[in-house]
Design a binder for this molecule. Sequence first.
Ligand SMILES: Cc1cn([C@H]2C[C@H](O)[C@@H](COP(=O)(O)OP(=O)(O)OP(=O)(O)O)O2)c(=O)[nH]c1=O
Length: 221
Amino acid sequence: MDIILASGSPRRRELLARAQLDFSVLRVDIDETQYDNESPKDYIERMVAMKAEAAIQQLNEAFKTNKDTRAHHLIVLTADTIGVLADGQTILVKPIDREHAYSMWQQMSDSVHEVWTAVQATQIALRPNNANTASNEPAYQIVNQQQITERTDVRFIPLTPAMMSDYWDSGEPTDKAGGYGIQGLGAAWVSRINGSYTNVVGLPLAQTLALIKSLTDVSDR
Ligand SMILES: Cc1cn([C@H]2C[C@H](O)[C@@H](COP(=O)(O)OP(=O)(O)OP(=O)(O)O)O2)c(=O)[nH]c1=O
């Protein structure tokens, strides 16, 4: 079954490529604002579901305009990564500016936070009637979908104002949850992790491959 990684994240693309699977990439843009009092679990599950909806809408629009379809059956993969502080409630997202990054890092300094990545695999299929050009129904319909959420503990060393300032100036923090990249300069701040490393980078690879397999196994039955 063809796989579409609906993500603009270069890290996710690189990680999935390591599994030597064939897949294509579709960028999705959604409003990632957290609702008032929304729990980390509700937030992250809503994010991956909304990214999947946005991707399916794009595929339907592309189909409507040029009847170009990649395959009759597709798996759309979406993912979302957040940090969660030890209180279990405070969500760490991408920093909007230097002050926001500093305020997250002050709370992460010399303590443990969790990194959560949710992954949704959505299996979609072309409706049988879409050869009929008069149909206004969306071309693809959802056949099956499954979500997982993987959590990793990450311990940071004590951070000084000079370390924060230098790191912000490197440009690395801006597009990353919690304002750091464990795969980059941010590694110097991490004294220990407990759990999946690829989960912290943005896609828990082994678990994602198991998710894809469980969906394809069901559809082969
Ligand atoms: C904690 C951490 C996060 N990240 C990245 C992974 C994600 O790309 C990003 C969190 O933002 P997300 O909203 O999860 O993803 P994204 O906007 O980059 O991509 P898309 O929604 O299109 O799939 O933070 C790292 O690269 N390294 C890290 O150590």
